[in-house]
Design a protein around this ligand. Structure first.
Ligand SMILES: Cc1cc2nc3c(=O)[nH]c(=O)nc-3n(C[C@H](O)[C@H](O)[C@H](O)COP(=O)(O)O)c2cc1C
Length: 202
């Protein structure tokens, strides 16, 4: 067991609020690879998210280079995208599917994130919530590393054969794929005024 007091906290000049507001999800990364050290720090930050009963429900499958398994995963994303494109034009379907495959192959790092089920539905639900907290921790840590992390539940994550291809248990819940790399461009993002969602009761 490791205590939080034993952790050597990575230094970053990026403040928490900077990371929150500068974090953007993008599909455009430079060709720079992501170092093993950065990935370990990012996944370490995810692991230290809150989780009820300390179930530590997250499971990560990491691609940080080329491999036969990654090629297979990219083919599965191609198939999923091809089937799901509503445009009947075969050329358009193929282009969308090619883009989906290329996204899997070209991301500097790609991490599949799962949540393990609990003994009862309530714990399974809390586990999923905890893993989502972990993904957000990872996204903020990525900003601190000068990187961007895009959370996706799209075609790269949905093929029925994906779990067996990467070695995940069939009953684990897919939380998403994290595409990580140095952003080529950071898109602008928008939200409504938060006051529209806040009910002060004092
Ligand atoms: C659970 C979840 C699933 C998402 N799935 C996708 C996805 O499949 N493809 C994608 O491009 N972005 C996906 N996103 C990213 C959102 O689209 C993104 O957060 C939103 O566009 C706002 O951009 P911002 O986070 O940079 O402000 C997902 C985000 C979450 C939280």
């Amino acid at each position: 067991m490791i205590s939080n007091e034993d952790i050597e906290i990575p230094y970053t000049p990026v403040s928490v609020y900077q990371a929150i507001f500068e974090r953007r999800m993008t599909n455009q990364f430079t060709a720079d690879s992501v170092s093993r050290g950065a990935l370990e720090r990012i996944l370490g930050a995810a692991h230290w998210g809150p989780n009820h009963h300390l179930t530590e429900p997250e499971r990560f499958f990491v691609f940080s280079g080329d491999s036969d398994v990654r090629d297979e995963v990219a083919d599965l994303a191609w198939q999923e995208k091809y089937e799901s494109v509503s445009n009947p034009n075969p050329g358009q379907k193929k282009k969308s599917a090619d883009d989906a495959r290329n996204r899997v192959l070209s991301a500097p790092a790609l991490v599949y994130v799962f949540s393990v089920p609990g003994e009862k539905e309530e714990i399974t639900r809390e586990n999923y919530a905890a893993v989502c907290c972990g993904v957000q921790n990872a996204a903020l840590a990525a900003v601190a590393e000068g990187l961007a992390l895009t959370w996706s539940t799209g075609s790269a994550t949905t093929h029925p054969r994906l779990r067996e291809t990467i070695g995940a248990d069939s009953d684990w819940e897919m939380v998403g794929a994290m595409f990580i790399g140095k952003p080529e461009v950071l898109p602008k993002s928008y939200r409504t005024d938060p006051s529209e969602r806040i009910y002060w009761l004092d």
